[in-house]
Design a protein around this ligand. Structure first.
Ligand code: SAH
Ligand code: SF4
Length: 342
């Protein structure tokens, strides 16, 4: 919601100062979807607000729900016609995790990612980022799904958050503002393809927000072949960035590793990963998440369950902290890396 615009309208309408707080509370904390539902406002004011602005900065075109009701995807139309997607998943009963987009498309162009294929259309504003949470809050309120509350927010939708830092950092301020969303920093995670300057800014400005690094490969040769960003910021650069991050924050970092059949899932790949992770130091602060690859129209396939389990066991035998992350949302094409504004 455009709070500045709202403030201006309230001022023009000669409303008392507390009005803004009253409306913010209804929208951000109670999940009210339209001004007309805020019964404490006069009928005239409700009408003015309804006419002049919307609560959300985009139109909801479609919401797809998986059969088990544990994941949903919304297709959102921005004011300029661009489309983005936002996802809500329940990895554990009683927990909702919102997976939000930070850009329309993405400039990084990872070969295995559907968003990467689109290229970058534009950055999202901080409002378009946080409105994705408002939307899910409203959605939970208006349906039978339980609970009504969102527990976690992950920046793992479309886009590279560190290439839109001004808006992403502002969105983090809004999400953690006690008067607005009021999320704890530790319930928010930002995922990056590996931009050292961004990692440094996170450490300085949001040391309590979780950092996830999309590593996926333990050798420069293979990483560069599938993730062009690695030619600019290679593993050595990432190692240094993580070391600095640990010095400043002493917080755990999550290394994402998407399991690609016969591409990065051999014993040799595991050895290279282990070598890289150990070279960073601070083994107790590094956690590897093995992720199932969700099919897109690319040549990549997910490793089998057996190969993934073998890979995990081998990392664990070598003292790495590692888990296989459950994937949700594949059937609605709403899983990581399947988001392409379709
Ligand atoms: N651009 C950021 C955040 C969005 S992508 C980043 O790359 O980290 C979120 C995660 O999904 C990343 O770890 C990404 O590598 C992974 N991913 C991309 N395509 C995927 C796919 N098809 N299946 C599973 N994970 C995928
Ligand atoms: Fe962009 Fe992340 Fe997809 Fe790579 S994986 S193209 S960085 S969204």
């Amino acid at each position: 919601m455009d709070i500045e615009k709202l403030d201006k309208i309230l001022e023009r309408e000669k409303q008392p100062k507390f009005r803004l707080d009253q409306i913010r509370k209804a929208i951000y904390q109670e999940g009210v979807a339209s001004f007309s539902e805020i019964s404490t406002l006069s009928k005239d004011l409700r009408e003015v607000l309804e006419k002049e602005m919307g609560v959300l900065s985009f139109e909801v075109q479609k919401v797809l729900v998986a059969k088990d009701g544990k994941s949903m995807k919304a297709l959102l139309k921005l004011h300029d016609g661009n489309l983005i997607e936002a996802v809500l998943i329940s990895p554990i009963d009683g927990i909702w995790s919102a997976c939000i987009s930070s850009q329309v498309g993405c400039a990084i162009g990872c070969k295995f990612c559907a968003t990467g294929k689109m290229g970058l259309k534009r950055n999202l504003t901080h409002e378009e980022i946080t409105d994705q949470i408002l939307l899910w809050h409203q959605y939970l309120k208006s349906t039978d799904y339980e609970p009504k509350k969102i527990s976690n927010v992950v920046y793992m939708g479309m886009g590279e958050p560190f290439l839109n830092w001004d808006n992403v950092s502002e969105s983090l301020c809004v999400l953690t503002d006690k008067e607005l969303f009021g999320f704890g920093s530790r319930s928010i995670s930002v995922s990056t393809s590996g931009i050292p300057e961004g990692i440094e800014k996170m450490a300085d400005e949001f040391p309590q927000v979780n950092l996830a690094l999309s590593l996926h490969f333990g050798s420069d040769e293979k990483r560069s072949a599938s993730m062009p960003i690695n030619r600019k910021n290679n593993l050595e650069a990432l190692r240094r960035a993580l070391q600095k991050y640990f010095e400043k924050t002493k917080r755990k970092v999550f290394l994402e590793y998407v399991m690609l059949d016969r591409v990065n899932d051999s014993r040799e790949d595991a050895d290279k990963l282990i070598r890289f992770v150990k070279s960073i130091g601070k083994l107790q602060l590094l956690h590897v998440n093995l992720i199932r690859y969700n099919s897109t129209d690319s040549e990549f396939r997910s490793s089998s369950k057996e190969r993934t389990a073998e890979f995990r066991n081998y990392l664990a035998e070598n003292r790495l902290s590692v888990t296989i992350r459950k994937s949700l949302g594949e059937e609605i094409q709403g899983a990581c890396g399947q988001l392409a504004g379709k």
